[in-house]
Design a protein around this ligand. Structure first.
Ligand code: UDX
Length: 460
């Protein structure tokens, strides 16, 4: 086949973290299903973790137009690359990958368009130099992005530490403690503040911005973001498109493919099968959050005292300074795994609630399955996500900054017993909107089709 008759070729470069890798793999798969060619760029370290055995992301091999490429992140092999080292990972990635990224673009098939994480701003300079359009992708909530984008104006106006009344559209309900943690202090040299400021200046230079959200969930915030970046592709919940397409399509897999950086322990599914409908609370702090052993024990005691059945993900690195699960006494009513097939867990009929760190992927997955949430945010976007869960979407309770066992016990009882019907009903309504958004004619489906058409038009 000559070059001209080949489909458009998209290069996807996600942040090397579980949430972004997960959702960008889903986007890659959706583009491949539409006939586009995709090169997926992973750091060598992430590649090693993903392809540790044959049960992982290799399912993408079944698309002839899919190709994986790797790039070093510049960190030593034994670097832990843990949640509290994100800035170090980003800095190293930028200095090491920038020159190599150009080589990736030059070698092989010409690239029609780059889709890169908004935090990888250096990709835009390199691609623009070569005349290749860049679409940024963000795997955070729009409400958090909008706060990031407001930072330069807030700083210019001298509102440091930040006053919440200064975030347009969120004045009535946002409190100072709902801002990302690094905004709470007045330290302008904080590297995250610097990064967010740079990103908000960079974003309008891109061809467009993909956000993993949907209009019916974050419409008013999105209209604010459009004043800065008019070409938005709101295509979320990203994982949900595939649920519909793959279930019915000709390439339907026999089991749900995994993009997990940890080995999934599927034994919990049999345990869930034995539980009563809507009786279990699922507990997970995502891939990066680190708890102190005191925090873990308070939450543990609160859960056990609530007498609610629970499935808890305790990653090997969840507790600071502790590689094992500590001295937890196995509870009769609980089941522990080190990593779960989360999407499947949340869609299980036994699910009654999700005690979550309010990472954006977890929030969207819970919204989609109609599972009410208890939020224990720890950093970054989690604080604002949790406020929206309780105050705006009314699909859960926010425990922000209060993780003592009495609060945990009371909040679990409120969600799972006292206010069970109220939350079940509001979560169900939101889930319906999410499902409509990704269905034929829905807002996210429409935007995904538009994204694909726009990429095709770049080639013509
Ligand atoms: C990070 C940040 O912590 C978060 O604040 C931000 O919104 C996204 O980037 P992470 O902590 O990994 O993300 O949380 P989250 O966004 O919720 O992503 C976790 C992903 O891992 C989800 O897709 C979830 O399904 C998956 N997961 C988690 C599993 O598959 N199994 C598990 O046991 C736990």
């Amino acid at each position: 086949m000559d070059q001209a008759s080949l489909p458009p070729h998209v290069l996807i470069f996600p942040l090397p973290l579980q949430g972004p890798v997960n959702s960008m793999f889903k986007l890659a798969e959706l583009l491949c299903l539409s006939g586009l060619h995709v090169t997926f760029l992973l750091t060598k370290h992430t590649h090693g973790r993903l392809f540790r055995d044959t049960t992982t992301a290799c399912h993408l091999d079944r698309y002839p137009g899919f190709r994986l490429e790797t790039i070093p992140d510049g960190l030593p092999a034994d670097h832990p690359r843990s949640g509290d080292q994100v800035m170090e990972i980003l800095d190293s990635l930028k200095s090491t990958s920038k020159p190599l990224f150009k080589d990736v673009l030059i070698t092989g098939r010409p690239v029609t368009c780059v889709i890169a994480d908004g935090f990888l701003g250096f990709t835009l300079d390199v691609a623009k130099e070569m005349g290749i359009p860049v679409i940024y992708s963000r795997t955070l909530s729009a409400c958090c992005l909008w706060i990031f984008y407001c930072l330069p104006k807030l700083i210019e106006a001298g509102e440091v530490p930040f006053q919440v009344r200064s975030v347009p559209g969120m004045e009535p309900f946002l409190r100072r403690r709902d801002l990302p943690s690094f905004c709470r202090s007045g330290n302008l040299s904080n590297p995250f503040i610097q990064l967010c400021m740079m990103e908000s200046e960079e974003t309008p230079r891109a061809y467009g911005l993909i956000i993993n959200t949907f209009e019916e969930l974050e419409g008013s915030v999105l209209s604010n973001i459009r004043t800065l970046c008019p070409n938005l592709y709101t295509i979320g919940p990203l994982h949900a498109h595939l649920k519909t397409k793959l279930r019915t399509g000709p390439k339907a897999p026999s089991s749900t493919p995994s993009n997990s950086l940890w080995q999934e322990d599927r034994s919990c599914m049999a345990w869930l099968d034995a539980q009563v409908s809507k009786s279990v609370i699922y507990v997970s702090f995502g891939s990066l959050t680190v708890l102190s052993s005191e925090q873990l024990m308070e939450i543990w005691n609160g859960l056990v005292n609530s007498e609610t059945r629970f499935l808890w993900v305790i990653r090997p690195d969840l507790v600071a300074g502790c590689q094992k699960w500590g001295n937890l006494v196995p509870a009769e009513k609980g089941y522990i795994v080190s990593w779960a097939p989360q999407e499947e867990v949340l869609s299980h009929p036994s699910m009654g609630g999700f005690l979550t760190h309010s990472g954006w992927n977890s929030t969207l997955e819970s919204v989609y399955e109609g599972v009410p949430m208890i939020c224990c945010p720890t950093y970054a976007d989690q604080q604002v996500n949790s406020r929206f869960v309780e105050e705006v979407w009314k699909v859960g309770l926010d425990m922000k900054d209060c993780y003592d066992q009495q609060t945990v016990e009371k909040t679990v009882r409120d969600l799972m017993e006292v206010r069970k019907d109220e939350f079940a009903s509001s979560a169900e309504k939101m889930a319906k909107l999410a499902k409509e958004a990704v269905s034929e004619g829905g807002s996210s489906n429409h935007n995904l089709v538009r994204l694909i058409k726009d990429i095709e038009a770049m080639d013509s």
